[in-house]
Design a protein around this ligand. Structure first.
Ligand SMILES: [Zn+2]
Length: 137
């Protein structure tokens, strides 16, 4: 989103978001959409190190070390970077889930469940399209 410069992402207008993101990115990040199962570019992505940033604002969200193979069809992490994400109860689609959003720009990222591995027991189930991998970290 180069054209947005130094502005606080929470101040962007809807039109500016549409300009800066692809259709699919906008649908997931700004309309709480979900990419198709096993379709995301980071589902089978297992780098030794690096980090995953918010596709909308560039904030570091997850460390590659916390990524694991959950088999659920979306990238899964057992921990998020401290204070990088916010979680809220989501009762849409007749389910009780915990939604995960970027703490910086309030974009939708995915959901977190309590069936993850040790040490946290969490499974952050995140849309690939909501992230951008940064391997030079
Ligand atoms: Zn963000």
């Amino acid at each position: 989103m180069s054209e947005t410069g130094e502005r606080d992402p929470s101040e962007l207008t809807d039109e500016e978001w549409r300009e800066g993101l692809s259709k699919e990115e906008y649908r997931v990040l700004r309309e709480s959409g979900t990419e198709a199962k096993f379709s995301g570019e980071y589902v089978d992505h297992h780098p030794d190190d690096g980090e995953y940033r918010c596709r909308a604002c560039g904030t570091v969200l997850f460390d590659a070390e916390t990524k694991y193979e959950s088999g659920c069809g979306w990238p899964a992490f057992y921990a998020a970077e401290e204070e990088a994400v916010t979680t809220t109860l989501d009762t849409s689609h007749g389910m009780r889930r915990t939604e995960v959003r970027c703490a910086t720009c309030d974009s939708h990222l995915g959901h977190v469940f309590d069936d993850g591995p040790e040490p946290t027991g969490k499974r952050f189930c995140i849309n690939s399209v909501a992230m951008e991998f940064d391997g030079d970290a």
